[in-house]
Design a protein around this ligand. Structure first.
Ligand code: NAD
Length: 425
């Protein structure tokens, strides 16, 4: 249904294989850190990958069989953790890569987790509420043996939300015969969700933008910002940038993009977007996502999907700073081009780690049964992200590597060390 889901896109994704490029950087990072080849052999793929079939009775009476995955990358540090994605383009490779990225994120922000990730091949935009509930519950039944509050803790990702987390938590609690809020994060507040979880990814990206802007001497007040994607990450980020005095001159969704050199009315757009982050359909005067990425601006934030900045358009990017809110929006070739052109690229595994950080806070609150205020969450998140940004930036400076490789070096070390201490390698 969506404009992004054609056959062309699949061929393109095969060319820009996210798993292969992740493995390339992991390999380089481990080499730089001086680890032997067997560490790479262990960390290049998830230690566990489950493929499941989920039968769902659809509203028209037919039964549709959905395919889902759960990948657990490495559990040497602690339980694995990572979101569940509902999207027609979900693939085994993508879920594997996403689980590795989660290990890196948890390592960068120093959480006691390894990475995990799940996904179901489906288009929730074409499913009813009842069908979505049946699919969510069926998925939990199918993966229940390998997940749990001390084993693997899921969370929301693309096209999943707090309602889906609530159904999943309820299903797991029935199987476990125990109320298990710590099974999943990103829940509604009344079910043990955390203050600040919904906006956590965007807040983390905002902190990274602020820190990156300081390094480049850019004043956020009046800075021109372009955001690709107007879903959970992109819309809240646009709002935070707007509130910080920046001028959000471009935003987009899967169907097109909006541009106003004087700054868009973000509050109005937030009010009009639907729950899938679609808003441009309401306007006639749109530009394409391709044009959006190449707009003259100070800060560009890809906050939609993978492989958006490639060797084809990296030479045309006019931003001074690119901060990746989405997972994997820039290919390795494009990373090189942007770095060579002196553009500061803040990589996904650092920039979008705010979500998992507050997910961790949610899990801690569930375990201790004592809940923090939004101010307390914000303060803790701020501390973690500022420290993590500095850590990656300094590694990049002292080791003379780009920010992506620096982030991988910081992120992979904890799992490598934990695996070594456990005697696995
Ligand atoms: P979402 O489903 O809420 O929104 C996605 C947005 O991207 C929508 O506006 C959609 O229309 C748009 N989009 C989809 N295909 C597009 C295309 N081809 N071109 C342009 N726009 C397109 O998703 P989200 O939760 O905001 O996640 C966005 C990205 O951020 C993903 O890569 C996700 O993995 C990453 N991320 C999200 C979180 C989180 O907590 N939500 C955490 C870490 C990383």
């Amino acid at each position: 249904m969506a404009a992004d889901l054609g056959a062309d896109n699949q061929a393109f994704d095969e060319k820009h294989d996210v798993l292969k490029s992740t493995q390339t950087v992991i390999h380089k990072a481990l080499e730089k850190l001086g680890y032997p080849e067997e560490v790479y052999e262990l960390l290049k793929e998830p230690i566990r990958m489950l493929t499941v079939k989920i039968p769902v009775r659809m509203d028209d009476g037919s039964v549709k069989i959905f395919t889902g995955y759960r990948a657990q990358h490495n559990d040497a540090v602690g339980p694995t953790k990572g979101g569940i994605r509902f999207h027609p383009n979900v693939s085994e490779k993508e879920v594997k890569a996403l689980s590795i990225w989660m290990t890196l994120k948890c390592g960068i922000v120093n959480l006691p987790y390894g990475g995990g990730k799940g996904g179901i091949i489906c288009d929730p935009r074409e499913m009813s509420f009842r069908e979505l509930e049946a699919l969510s519950r069926g998925y939990v039944r199918a993966i229940s043996q390998i997940v749990g509050p001390t084993k693997d803790i899921p969370a929301p990702d693309v096209f999943t939300n707090s309602q889906i987390m609530a159904w999943m938590m309820d299903e797991y609690s029935r199987i476990d015969e125990f109320n298990s809020p710590g099974f999943i994060t990103g829940k509604p507040l009344v079910l043990g969700g955390s203050h600040g979880r919904e906006t956590a990814t965007a807040k983390g990206v905002t902190i990274c933008i602020r820190e990156a802007a300081k390094k480049r001497g850019i004043n956020l007040e009046g800075a021109r910002v372009v955001v690709q994607g107007f879903g959970n990450a992109g819309s809240f980020l646009s709002k935070f940038m707007h509130d910080a005095g920046a001028k959000v001159i471009g935003i987009s969704d899967a169907y097109g993009a909006l541009y106003d050199p004087n700054g868009l009315d973000i509050d109005y757009l937030l009010d009009r977007r639907d729950s899938f982050g679609t808003v441009t359909k309401l306007f006639d005067n749109t530009i394409s996502n391709k044009e959006l990425l190449e707009l003259d601006c100070d800060i560009l934030v890809p906050a939609a999907i993978e492989n958006q900045i490639t060797e084809e358009n990296a030479h045309n990017i006019r931003a001074q700073i690119v901060v990746e809110a989405a997972n994997g929006p820039t290919t390795l070739e494009a990373t090189q081009i942007l770095t060579d052109r002196g553009i500061l690229l803040v990589p996904d595994v650092l920039a979008s780690a705010g979500g998992v950080t507050v997910s961790y806070f949610e899990w801690v609150q569930n375990n201790q049964g004592y809940y923090w205020t939004e101010e307390e969450i914000d303060e803790k998140l701020e501390k973690v992200l500022v420290q993590s940004f500095e850590n990656v930036y300094n590694t990049s400076e002292t080791r003379r590597v780009d920010m992506r490789l620096a982030a991988y070096m910081v992120g992979v070390r904890k799992s490598a060390e934990a695996s070594r201490f456990r005697g696995w390698i």
